[in-house]
Structure formats: structure tokens, C-alpha cells
Write a protein that binds this ligand. Structure first.
Ligand SMILES: C[S@@+](CC[C@H](N)C(=O)[O-])C[C@H]1O[C@@H](n2cnc3c(N)ncnc32)[C@H](O)[C@@H]1O
Ligand code: SF4
Length: 374
């Protein structure tokens, strides 16, 4: 079984915090989807049947015409073996969607939307340089909840100058739309972004780590009280609404990524990624020779990646899985490494599974990195 990911590398305007691969240029937009389809033909042997999930991400895939999305889904369903209840997700920006668009998207076979709301406060959206405003955020959610039963709201916490009250209000407003799924990410300052330069030039003050931690704790407590399961560090869902795409990715199932910058994984030890340049991507696809970088993962790399992804999930790290996949040397190493974290009550065993305690949850990535085999 595998996932198919499509990266659409264009956005209306550049959010000041984002370093995903995208271009705001109008050049090459019309041809991009044709090229992505050509890449699919070139790489169709890499797709492992049946396909369980299709994910249109970006960039802003809600800029793709509804006809192109519909034709692409038809092509996949006709040419490949797909699971009966295949999950088809489209990331949408609030300013791109109206009821006519949503209806067409639904008819084309998209059955899950991920809406990049980020915040319900104008001052946050302005700092982010989002293309949408608060009115559009509400309007998009009103329309989305009319047409789609399965949708997710993306939010960002830890915004400069935000207060705990701000953040609580953001969550309350999001919850008023009763979304089956919420992804909430801490704002990260990435190099080569406007935010990075503004912070460096002291034009923007970031929140203290402790304030960000408090916002994360409010996030977990508020959503758990409302019946959401924190099934991964940044992801919350009602029962039966976990994202298949995300889960498959975390458990190491194979995926094929199409489009500039998209990553792929063979489910064993090969990871590859496309060039992050739209023009050069187009040139390579037209010549029929893929411009791919390939990395062969060592057992140590795979072990470290398993620790990082599994510790972030609610299931945790399985000792039996470590033994079966990596061998006894790794289980002995892990059992030894966790000792000092038990002392600080950062970790605990739940049967075969190693999990992070609630008090240490915010520190999950650091704890995982500390357990790495170096
Ligand atoms: C790359 S975007 C693509 C989807 C769509 N263009 C959007 O903006 O909603 C996917 C998610 O990553 C989040 N994201 C990107 N850079 C981030 C950062 N530096 N800190 C926190 N969240 C980030 C976005 O806000 C968005 O919710
Ligand atoms: S956050 Fe989304 S809309 Fe903003 S620049 Fe990144 S990909 Fe584009």
C-alpha cells in the first residue's frame, strides 16, 4: 500500500514565515500540472498498489483548476489499483474557495480538506503576511462545513505578541466550527524568510519559550476536553478521523511525491526528492530524465527516524518493533538511554510502548534526539 503526494509549487503571496518550496510568479503555472502528470507516467512503477491516500499539498494546490484535479483523480482511479475508501485530501487557502469551487472539488472525488486558517485574529494574519483576512477565514469555514464532513483546520500558535487569552479565543473560534481534525503548529523561524530577517533586525520580538509551552499546554488541554485525540504532537482528531496520509507517513509506508521539491520513500531504505526549482523541474520532466537526489538510509538513520516519528505519536515507540526491525543491540541501547529520562519523569513504559509523559510533551523532539544512536 502506498500514498501519493502532489506538490503544487505556487502561492498568491509569500507568507513571511514559510520556507516550503513555492513561487509567486505567474510563469509556468499553466504547464505545471501537465508536467506533474508526465512525472507520474515516468514513475508509475514506483507506486505500490493499492493506493491508500492522495494528498494535494504545496504551495497552494487550491490554485489548481477543478478540471485538472478531477482529471488527475480519474486518471489515478482508472490506471492504478486504489483502496475502496481512499482518502483524497486537498490543502486549501481560505481566499481560494467559494461554494461553487467546493462543490466541484467534492464531485471530483476530493473527500477531505485541510484549510490553512492559521489564526482568527487580523493582527496575526498581518504579521504572517497571509493573503486572507479574518472575514475570509470565517466565510471559507462556513462553506467548507456545508460541503465536507471530513476537514481539518490548520492553526499556528506561539505568534509574536500573542497572549494566552488570544490563543484560547483562537481555539474556541476554531471549535465553534466543530472540525473533525485540527493541526496546530508552533511558529518556527526558518532561515531565508522575511520573519527570520525581521527577528534578526529586532523588528519583531518572538515569544519566550515558556509562553509558547503554555500555549501548547492550553492546546492539548482544551482539545482533549472537547474529545479530540492528540494522535501526534501537532495533530488532533475526533475518533475515526485520523489522517490516513499522516499516519502512513509516520509508520514508514512507501509514498511517491510528484512535483518540484516533493519527497518519496520506498518503504525500505531509499529516500529521494525532486529538485526545488520549477524551471529546472520542467526541463528535466520534458527531457524524460528525472532530476532526483537519492539518499540511502543506514540502519542507524532508520532507527533514529523511527524514534523521532514514533515518540511524537500517541502510540509511542514499540520495543518489539525495535527488536524485530533493528535487532537486540538497539533495544539494549534504547533501554539504557531512557533511564535518565525516567528519573526526570519525561518517559514511561506503557506495556511494550515507550511514551512521553504529559508534563514533558512539549519537549518531545529534544527527548527523541537525546535517545538517538550517534
Ligand atoms: C506549507 S502550508 C501549505 C498549505 C497552504 N498553502 C497554507 O498555507 O495553508 C502547510 C502548513 O504549514 C504551516 N507552516 C509553514 N511554515 C511554518 C512555520 N514556519 N511555522 C509554523 N507553521 C508553518 C502553514 O501555516 C500551513 O498550515
Ligand atoms: S504557508 Fe502556504 S500559502 Fe503561505 S507561502 Fe507557505 S505554502 Fe504558500
Amino acid at each position: 500500500m502506498s500514498n501519493l503526494y502532489i506538490h503544487y509549487p505556487f502561492c498568491k503571496q509569500a507568507c513571511h514565515y514559510c520556507n516550503f518550496h513555492f513561487s509567486t510568479s505567474k510563469d509556468g503555472r499553466n504547464d505545471m500540472f501537465k508536467l506533474i502528470k508526465n512525472e507520474l507516467h515516468l514513475r508509475s512503477k514506483e507506486l505500490i498498489n493499492p493506493i491508500e491516500s492522495i494528498y494535494f499539498g504545496g504551495g497552494s494546490p487550491s490554485l489548481i483548476s477543478t478540471k485538472n484535479i478531477s482529471d488527475f483523480i480519474d486518471l489515478i482511479k482508472n490506471k492504478f489499483e486504489v483502496k475502496k475508501n481512499i482518502e483524497v485530501t486537498l490543502e486549501v487557502n481560505p481566499d481560494d474557495v467559494d461554494e461553487e469551487y467546493l462543490k466541484k472539488i467534492k464531485d471530483s472525488g476530493v473527500n477531505r480538506l485541510s484549510i490553512g486558517i492559521q489564526s482568527f485574529f487580523e493582527k496575526d494574519l498581518i504579521i504572517m503576511n497571509r493573503a486572507h483576512n479574518v472575514r475570509q477565514a470565517h466565510k471559507s469555514l462556513e462553506s467548507v462545513s456545508k460541503f465536507f464532513q471530513n476537514f481539518s483546520i490548520d492553526l499556528i500558535y506561539g505568534m509574536p505578541y500573542s497572549s494566552l487569552t488570544n490563543w484560547k479565543n483562537n481555539l474556541e473560534i476554531a471549535l465553534s466550527y466543530n472540525p473533525p481534525h485540527i493541526s496546530a503548529y508552533a511558529l518556527t523561524v526558518e532561515e531565508k524568510t522575511v520573519l527570520y530577517h525581521k527577528v534578526k533586525e529586532k523588528k519583531i520580538d518572538l515569544l519566550d519559550d515558556d509562553d509558547v509551552k503554555q500555549q501548547y499546554e492550553i492546546l492539548i488541554n482544551t482539545l482533549e476536553l472537547k474529545g479530540y485525540i492528540n494522535y501526534e504532537f501537532s495533530n488532533f482528531a475526533k475518533k475515526n478521523h485520523f489522517s490516513i496520509n499522516n499516519q502512513n507517513y509516520w509508520i514508514g509506508k512507501p509514498y511517491l511525491g510528484l512535483g518540484p521539491s516533493a519527497h518519496s520513500y520506498d518503504g525500505k531504505f531509499l529516500r529521494s526528492w525532486n529538485i526545488s526549482n520549477n524551471h529546472n523541474y520542467a526541463k528535466s520532466i520534458m527531457s524524460g530524465v528525472l532530476d532526483l537526489k537519492i539518499e540511502k538510509l543506514s540502519t542507524k538513520d532508520l532507527y533514529n527516524e523511527y524514534l523521532m516519528t514514533a515518540l511524537r505519536t500517541h502510540e509511542g515507540v514499540s520495543l518489539a518493533h525495535v527488536k524485530k526491525t533493528f535487532g537486540k543491540r538497539y533495544t539494549m541501547y534504547l533501554e539504557d538511554q531512557v533511564k535518565r529520562h525516567f528519573k526526570y519523569r519525561n518517559l514511561f513504559w506503557d506495556g511494550d510502548f515507550l511514551k512521553v509523559t504529559k508534563k514533558a510533551k512539549f519537549l518531545t523532539d529534544g527527548i527523541a534526539a537525546d535517545l538517538f544512536l550517534v
